[in-house]
Design a protein around this ligand. Structure first.
Ligand code: CA
Ligand code: CA
Length: 229
């Protein structure tokens, strides 16, 4: 029985590892959108480095997807919610703008206004080549917003509001991502490189790897259950 329980725990851990909410991706159907979401990340140690927000085409460069951003918990003074009406303090690359509202070109019910103040950022994967390659992340081209030289204290949480809207459809798995890259200063001295890439949203079905992991967990439970009889 004890062995059975420890096996059960292992199965649950494996299943949890596959659906850890912090790493969850929202899978968006053809022409769909996520609604506003909030992402938060808590730093383990004192951190310095860069934050990148990105929307990317996948498999083509001609059908657009969009990433909206607002209400950053840290960033350029007076402009963490883009209320200066521009990208002061940010480095935008590709096709980006600061807007007061956004409606999906193919779905009028996917209509958005800022979660904070009057302005929000709009990144467009664009119906053409943005000139910004996203091949390092498995995409084709896209647009990004970059915050350089950020610092966070140990235990501090960074959060932001985001929404992903697509005009695309499977198998063109356009996606949005958030990347933390820099280094931790360890309490005992020394530094630790940090690279965290979060796939916020993606067009189409869950990746096979996720299905296999959750599926094998469920299969395992069924198998152990039968053996007890
Ligand atoms: Ca696309
Ligand atoms: Ca705002």
């Amino acid at each position: 029985m004890k062995r059975f329980l420890s096996l059960m725990s292992l199965v649950f851990l494996l299943v949890l590892a596959g659906i850890n909410p912090a790493r969850a991706t929202i899978y968006v159907p053809a022409g769909g959108d996520t609604g506003w979401q909030t992402f938060s990340f808590t730093f383990l140690y004192d951190f310095s480095g860069d934050l990148t927000f990105l929307v990317s085409d996948y498999g083509d460069t001609v059908v657009s997807s969009y990433l909206l951003l607002d209400n950053l918990s840290a960033g350029p003074s007076g402009n963490t919610g883009f209320e200066l009406g521009d990208f002061t303090g940010y480095i935008p690359l590709g096709v980006t703008s600061v807007v007061t509202s956004f409606t999906s070109p193919i779905n009028p019910s996917a209509s958005y206004t800022p979660t904070e103040g009057s302005y929000m950022a709009l990144l467009d994967s664009y119906d053409g080549d943005t000139g910004v390659s996203t091949s390092a992340l498995g995409g084709t081209d896209g647009s990004l917003l970059y915050l350089s030289g950020m610092s966070f204290a140990s235990g501090e949480t960074f959060s932001f509001d985001w929404a992903f809207i697509t005009e695309d459809y499977p198998p063109y798995q356009d996606f949005a991502a958030f990347i933390i890259e820099g280094s931790y200063s360890l309490p005992g001295g020394g530094t630790l490189p940090v690279y965290e890439e979060y796939r916020l949203a993606q067009v189409a079905l869950p990746e096979p790897a996720t299905l296999v992991l959750v599926g094998s967990g469920l299969f395992g439970l069924a198998g152990f259950g039968r053996r007890r009889k």
